[in-house]
Design a protein around this ligand. Structure first.
Ligand SMILES: [Mg+2]
Length: 226
């Protein structure tokens, strides 16, 4: 008897429409019908992946904010300190820059452990200020994330695996950027979509020919029931 393997899926660049933005609605039914846990592991703020699980109709297994927030379905774990990232944002703004998301900033409004900055904002001063606070800046292709150097998606995934009782060696992961490298290293099989950055491409077991959700859907076809 075969079973679907547990999945670990990034959102931006991975479940997105081939043109790059917005969830591709074709992923909804396969994920809802998937006969194994589906972990959403993203750099987005905590409420976004929770809402995605809610609207797809699957249990909420979430690694958010690049590992800073982990939700096992029963417990929430915070693994990074928001205060340092908040201090970087304040120093960046005090230096005359802007996070770049508008006055009400729904990108950072519910963030609990890191800060995201619009890619159109200057990177070098952000890196310098972050370094002064002992934080790093990573470019996921969708935002600059100012984060603790310690927590990663891969570690968050281990927390979920422990609580849910899944074996990471059985898991299949799909991702597109530097923040998916730790996930790829933690699971049994990893796939980078064709739009993936260099770091994700180098870390993945396999690089797909298809971009964004086309790549993820191709993986689901291949690993279903294996
Ligand atoms: Mg991504």
């Amino acid at each position: 008897m075969t079973a679907d393997p547990p999945l670990v899926l990034d959102i931006d660049g991975t479940l997105t429409r081939p043109e790059g933005w917005g969830i591709d609605p074709r992923v909804f039914d396969p994920l809802r019908e998937w006969d194994a846990p589906v972990v959403i592991a993203t750099g987005k703020a905590f409420p976004y992946p929770v809402a995605l699980c809610h609207f797809v109709g699957i249990p909420e297994l979430v690694v958010a904010e690049n590992g800073g927030v982990v939700y096992t379905g029963d417990d929430v774990f915070f693994t990074a300190d928001r205060e340092a990232a908040r201090a970087v944002a304040e120093a960046y703004e005090a230096a005359g820059y802007d996070l770049g998301w508008g006055r009400e900033d729904t990108v950072n409004r519910w963030r609990e452990t890191e800060i995201a900055v619009n890619l159109e904002q200057p990177l070098e001063p952000l890196r310098e200020i972050a370094a002064d606070h002992g934080l790093e800046v990573i470019d996921t292709g969708y935002a600059y994330h100012v984060k603790d150097t310690d927590p990663t998606k891969g570690e968050g995934l281990e927390t979920i695996a422990d609580h849910v009782g899944i074996d990471l060696a059985d898991c299949v992961a799909v991702g597109d950027s530097i923040n998916d490298v730790s996930t790829f290293e933690a699971v049994g099989r990893s796939f980078a979509v064709a739009n993936a950055d260099e770091r994700a491409t180098a870390a993945a077991d396999e690089v797909l020919e298809e971009v964004h959700a086309d790549g993820t859907l191709a993986v689901l076809e291949r690993v279903r029931g294996t």
